[in-house]
Design a protein. Structure first.
Lengths: 304, 394
C-alpha cells in the first residue's frame, strides 16, 4: 500500500443512541464523547449493556446514531474513510463453507484492495499466525480460536487507517493474546488509532495507552491508566517504629485502617507534611508511600 | 492503489454469489436430479410412443357380423398407418371364448346378436382403446345390415356425412402441446424462482447472522451488495432454466410431439426474456425476506409469503385459459408464464408480449426500489425478526 499513511485521530462527539420508543425506550449510548488519538491503543471497558458495541457500530456507520457525530482527522467521517478502516464486529462469523483464503480475498477486494495484493498480504498474515496450511480449508473446519485469527486478518489487511475491534481478545489463550497485542502495536506504531473493547480489565490495563470506562451508556472515566489511577482517591501507607494509633487525632487525616505500627490513610491537601513532622518527632518513619489503586478498584469505584 | 480501474463492488459480489452457488454440492445435486427427471419424463413419452398395441379378439364360429367387424377394424387400423394390430381368433363356441379369455390367450371376445345387441367381453376391465376402436365399426356393420334389409346401402345412407376439420389461423399447435407447454413453463418458473430465491434469502441471513454484513457494509454501500446478489442469482436461475429448457426440448424432439419443437423453442425464448426481467423483482423480494430474519431458523417464516405468492402464480398460470389467461398474460409475474404460452398458441399479437414485458420491467423496478430500502433498514437491525410491514414502512 502507499507509504504515506494518513494518520488521524478518531473522535466521537455527544453520541446518543436510543433503542425503542415511548416508555420502553432505552438510551444504550448516552452522550458519549472521547478521542482515540492516532498511534495509541484505546481500550473500552464496561459490563454488558454498557454501550461499547453500540458505540463502535455507530463509529463504523453500521448503526445510525440518534444524535452526535464521529470525526476522523478533525472532520466528519465519510464512507471512504470507513472503507479504509479495519473492523471486527461483536459476534464472530464468516462464510462457513468458503475457503479461508478465498473469503479473505473477497473481503479485501470489497475494501478496494486488488485481488493479487490482497492474496499476497493474506498469505503473509496466515503464515505469521500459523495458518498457512489451512488457507484452502473451509472456515467451518477451523477451531474457534483459528476462526478468530482469520477474522482479525480480515480487519488488519490493507494497512487500515484505523482499527475498531469489538472484543478481539475474547476466547484467546494467553500466548495468543500476546501475539494479538503485538499485532495491534504494529499498527499503532504506523500511527493509526486502534480502538478495542474488552471486559478483561487486567488486559486492558496492561495494553492500553488510553482507557475509557463506560457504564449505562455513559463515559465514567477517560484517560491514561496512570491518570485514572491518580484520579481515583489516592491513599497513603505509613509505617512507624512505634504504635500508629495517635494518627487518628491528626487534623486533615482520614484513617482507613490501623494495624499496630502501620496505617492506611487518606490525606487532605496539606496534611501530609504536618503528619510526617509529627511522626518524626515521635520516632522513625519506615515507610510513607502513596498506594495506587488498581484498575479493578477504580472500575469498582466509578462503575459501581 | 485505490485507483479507477478497481472492480465495482456489485460485480465482486455477483462473482462471489455465482461461484459460491456453482460450488454448492447440494445445489448441483438438486439440479442434476431435475435434469434426470425431465429426461426421464421425455424418455417415458418417447418409449410410450413407440409401444405397439396388439389386440387379439375372439370371435365365435358362425358369428359373421362379429368376424366382419373385427376385419374392418383391422383394415381401418392399417389404413390409418398406426402400428397397432388387431387379429381375429375364431373359437368354436361361447365356452371356448370364455376359456380363452381366462387363460389370456385373447384380450377380448366380440359377439353380436345378444340381448342388448353387441357385447365386448374381457376377463377384467375391458380395454378402452379397443372399445373405442370397435364402436364405430360395430355401428357401421349394424347400419349396413339394416340398410340391406331396407333395400338400400350404408354408403347411400352415409353419403355427404364426412366431417373434415380445418384451422384458419395457419398455426397448427396441438392443444395437448399447449397444455404441456403451460405446465412446463409454470414448472420452470416455479423451480427457478423458488430455488434461487431461497438461495438469496439464506445468503442474506447468513451474512446478517454472522455480522459479516457489518464488515461489508462498512466497506461498500449495501445497495451494491443487494445488486450483486440479485444479479448473481438471476444469472444462475436463468442459466438453470436454459439448461432445463434445452433438456426438455431435446426430450420433446424424441417424442411424438417433435413437430412442436420450433414453436416451443420460440415460446421458451420469450419465457427466458420474461423470466430474466421478472426474476429481478422476485430476487429482490427474497433478499428482503432474508434481511427480515435474524437467524437461519427464522427464514421459513419470513419467506413464507413469497412461497405462497409463487405457488399461486404456478397454480393459476398452468391451468388458465380464455379471458383469465389473457389477463394473466399482462399481470406482472404471472405474465412470465402466461404470455409465452399465448405466443405459442398464436393468439397474441406481436405487440402484446412487448407491452407485457414493459409492464413487468416497470413492476420489477418498483419492487427493487422498495425492497432495497427495506433490505438496508432491516439488515443492520440485529435484534429479532422484523415484520414485512415494519420493514416496508417509511
Amino acid at each position: 500500500m502507499s507509504t504515506a499513511q494518513q494518520a488521524g485521530d478518531l473522535e466521537v462527539r455527544s453520541l446518543v443512541r436510543v433503542f425503542g420508543t415511548g416508555d420502553g425506550a432505552v438510551r444504550a449510548v448516552d452522550d458519549v464523547s472521547f478521542r482515540a488519538p492516532s498511534g495509541l491503543l484505546t481500550g473500552f471497558v464496561g459490563g454488558n449493556g454498557a454501550g461499547k458495541t453500540s458505540t463502535m457500530r455507530m463509529m463504523m456507520g453500521v448503526l445510525a446514531p440518534t444524535s452526535g457525530e464521529t470525526l476522523f482527522d478533525g472532520r466528519p467521517i465519510t464512507a471512504a474513510d470507513r472503507r479504509a478502516f479495519g473492523y471486527m464486529p461483536e459476534e464472530r462469523g464468516l462464510y462457513p463453507k468458503q475457503a479461508v483464503l478465498d473469503q479473505l480475498v473477497y473481503l479485501g477486494r470489497l475494501r478496494g484492495i486488488p485481488a493479487r495484493a490482497a492474496r499476497a498480504e493474506i498469505l503473509g498474515h496466515l503464515e505469521r499466525l500459523g495458518l498457512a496450511d489451512r488457507a484452502k480449508d473451509p472456515v467451518e473446519k477451523l477451531s474457534l480460536g483459528n476462526q478468530q485469527r482469520v477474522q482479525i486478518i480480515a480487519a488488519l489487511m490493507g494497512s487500515p487507517r484505523a482499527l475498531i475491534l469489538d472484543e478481539p481478545f475474547s476466547g484467546l489463550d494467553p500466548a495468543a493474546i500476546d501475539g494479538m497485542a503485538d499485532l495491534l502495536r504494529e499498527h499503532t506504531a504506523r500511527g493509526v488509532p486502534v480502538v478495542f473493547s474488552s471486559h478483561q480489565l487486567d488486559l486492558v490495563e496492561r495494553l492500553c495507552e488510553r482507557l475509557l470506562i463506560l457504564r449505562h451508556g455513559r463515559v465514567v472515566a477517560d484517560g491514561t491508566p496512570a491518570e485514572l489511577a491518580t484520579r481515583g482517591t489516592v491513599r497513603h501507607r505509613l509505617v512507624l517504629s512505634g504504635d500508629a494509633g495517635w494518627v487518628r487525632g491528626v487534623p486533615g487525616v482520614r484513617t482507613l485502617d490501623i494495624d499496630g505500627s502501620a496505617a492506611l490513610i487518606e490525606l487532605s491537601d496539606d496534611a501530609g507534611g504536618r503528619l510526617l513532622r509529627s511522626a518524626l518527632e515521635r520516632g522513625d518513619v519506615h515507610e510513607f508511600s502513596p498506594v495506587r489503586p488498581s484498575l479493578t478498584e477504580i472500575y469498582r469505584e466509578v462503575a459501581a | 492503489m485505490r485507483g479507477s480501474t478497481e472492480t465495482p463492488a456489485w460485480l465482486i459480489v455477483t462473482q462471489r454469489e455465482i461461484v459460491a452457488r456453482v460450488m454448492n454440492k447440494a445445489y448441483l445435486f438438486g439440479l442434476l436430479v431435475t435434469i434426470l427427471l425431465i429426461a426421464g419424463i421425455a424418455g417415458f413419452f418417447a418409449w410410450q410412443g413407440q409401444q405397439v398395441d396388439s389386440y387379439d379378439v375372439a370371435v365365435t364360429a358362425g358369428d359373421e357380423p362379429a368376424a366382419s367387424a373385427v376385419e374392418r377394424a383391422a383394415a381401418t387400423l392399417r389404413e390409418s398407418g398406426a402400428d397397432d394390430e388387431l387379429t381375429a381368433h375364431e373359437v368354436p363356441d361361447a365356452a371356448a371364448a370364455r376359456a380363452a379369455l381366462e387363460d389370456e390367450s385373447v384380450d377380448a371376445w366380440l359377439s353380436s346378436g345378444g340381448q342388448d345387441g353387441w357385447t365386448l367381453s374381457s376377463w377384467r376391465e375391458p380395454d378402452q382403446g379397443l372399445a373405442s376402436l370397435l364402436t364405430p365399426v360395430v355401428e357401421q356393420v349394424t347400419v349396413t345390415e339394416h340398410a340391406a334389409a331396407l333395400g338400400t346401402s350404408f354408403d347411400r345412407l352415409a353419403a355427404g356425412g364426412d366431417l373434415v376439420t380445418e384451422r384458419l389461423d395457419g398455426d397448427d399447435v396441438d392443444p395437448g402441446v399447449l397444455q404441456f407447454a403451460s405446465f412446463a413453463l409454470a414448472f420452470l418458473f416455479f423451480m427457478g424462482s423458488i430455488g434461487s430465491g431461497q438461495m438469496i434469502a439464506s445468503s442474506v441471513v447468513e451474512e446478517k447472522q454472522s455480522r459479516l454484513v457489518e464488515i461489508i457494509a462498512s466497506a461498500v454501500p449495501l445497495r451494491h451488495v443487494l445488486a450483486g446478489k440479485v444479479l448473481g442469482n438471476s444469472v444462475i436461475a436463468l442459466a438453470q432454466n436454459v439448461v432445463l429448457a434445452s433438456v426438455g426440448l431435446i426430450g420433446l424432439a424424441l417424442t411424438d410431439f417433435k413437430a412442436a419443437v420450433p414453436a416451443m423453442t420460440a415460446s421458451l425464448g420469450w419465457f427466458v426474456v420474461f423470466f430474466a426481467v421478472g426474476f429481478v423483482a422476485i430476487a429482490s423480494l427474497y433478499a428482503m425476506a432474508g434481511s427480515l430474519a435474524s437467524r437461519t431458523e427464522d427464514l421459513q417464516g419470513t419467506t413464507a409469503p413469497m412461497a405462497v405468492l409463487l405457488m399461486a402464480v404456478y397454480l393459476t398460470t398452468f391451468g388458465a385459459d380464455g379471458t383469465l389467461e389473457r389477463v394473466l398474460s399482462f399481470v406482472p409475474v404471472t405474465s412470465i408464464v402466461s404470455m409465452p404460452v399465448r405466443v405459442l398458441s398464436g393468439d397474441a399479437g406481436w405487440w402484446e408480449p412487448v407491452v407485457a414485458l414493459v409492464l413487468l420491467a416497470a413492476f420489477a423496478l418498483a419492487v427493487v426500489l422498495v425492497s432495497e430500502k427495506a433490505y438496508r433498514r432491516a439488515l443492520l437491525q440485529t435484534s429479532g425478526r422484523v415484520g414485512w410491514r415494519q420493514a416496508l414502512r417509511a
